[in-house]
Design a protein around this ligand. Structure first.
Ligand SMILES: Nc1ncnc2c1ncn2[C@@H]1O[C@H](COP(=O)(O)OP(=O)(O)OP(=O)(O)O)[C@@H](O)[C@H]1O
Ligand SMILES: [Mg+2]
Length: 254
């Protein structure tokens, strides 16, 4: 457990802000060089100089208020975002971060999105088709799987994303708030699955707004406050580790 699998070294991430253009189309047309330089200068720093490590086999919770920078951290780990400054190193195969706009195409059906993402992850079409049944079964979306995912609810998209992610054999499982949008039954299934992964030594990064879930499930928690690490807490009580028969586990697994 002592080998870091994810390392953030002095990572800053800033995003371009586009509202200047939208707010000032006239100015943009009259003075294009100035407009371009204003776009370049108009950046928002979502993460400021953060450093932390996640160790192999660890389950780490990421907490913080809306807009604090949690999903940005996950995007950097997944490699879908690049740091503006500093370095992110990841030493293993990462599950994809699939949501609308990030990996999922809203015009394609659920099934087509599964194939698209499987292939993008380096599987052959035949390999994806082999896993298709399990992915659809876990997601419980058989009825909707041939509909474009723009008709899915946000919970349904999250289900599909989680289901694809767990069938990609990751060393690092990234989970962004599935537990917030999935219904109670699905949450239980996700927990059970994450517990299996945890037992197999898969590293898990779990973004959640539920302190209870984080405390029960994670070894440590990072609290993100306005783009900075506010606190890293080691969680002392891990009932399922010390006592697998605990009420928590029975509640989740049964
Ligand atoms: N593509 C983007 N362009 C501009 N700003 C962005 C972009 N993505 C995120 N941000 C900004 O970066 C900050 C952090 O966003 P992030 O999505 O990481 O927050 P979060 O902690 O995941 O919030 P939530 O709990 O609401 O999911 C926010 O202020 C957000 O507006
Ligand atoms: Mg988020």
């Amino acid at each position: 457990m002592n080998e870091p699998i994810i390392t953030f070294e002095n990572v800053t991430k800033s995003y371009h802000l586009y509202h200047n253009v939208i707010g000032g189309v006239k100015n943009f047309l009259f003075d294009i060089p100035k407009a371009i330089s204003s776009i370049k200068n108009s950046r928002f720093e979502a993460l400021h100089n953060i450093s932390f490590e996640v160790y192999r086999g660890e389950t780490i919770g990421v907490m913080g208020r809306n807009g604090a920078g949690k999903s940005t951290i996950l995007g950097l780990i997944a490699g879908v975002l690049k740091p503006s400054k500093g370095r992110v190193s990841v030493n293993g195969r990462i599950s994809p971060l699939l949501e609308l706009g990030a990996g999922f195409n809203s015009e394609l059906t659920g099934r087509e999105n599964i194939i698209l993402n499987g292939v993008l992850l380096g599987l052959t079409r035949a390999e994806v088709i082999n896993k298709m049944h399990d992915i659809i079964e876990f997601s419980e979306l058989a009825e909707f799987i041939d509909q474009p995912i723009r008709v899915y609810s946000s919970g349904m998209v999250a289900r599909l994303g989680f289901s694809v992610a767990i069938h990609t054999n990751p060393d690092i499982l990234l989970v962004d708030e599935i537990l917030a949008v999935g219904d109670v039954e699905f949450q239980k299934k996700c927990y059970k699955k994450m517990l299996d992964f945890k037992k197999k030594g898969v590293t898990i990064v779990l973004v959640s707004h539920s302190p209870d879930d984080i405390e029960k499930f994670c070894d440590r928690a990072i609290v993100v406050v306005k783009g900075e690490i506010g606190d890293i807490r080691r969680i002392a009580s891990k009932p399922y580790f010390t006592n697998p028969e605990s009420a928590f586990i029975r509640g989740m697994v049964n």
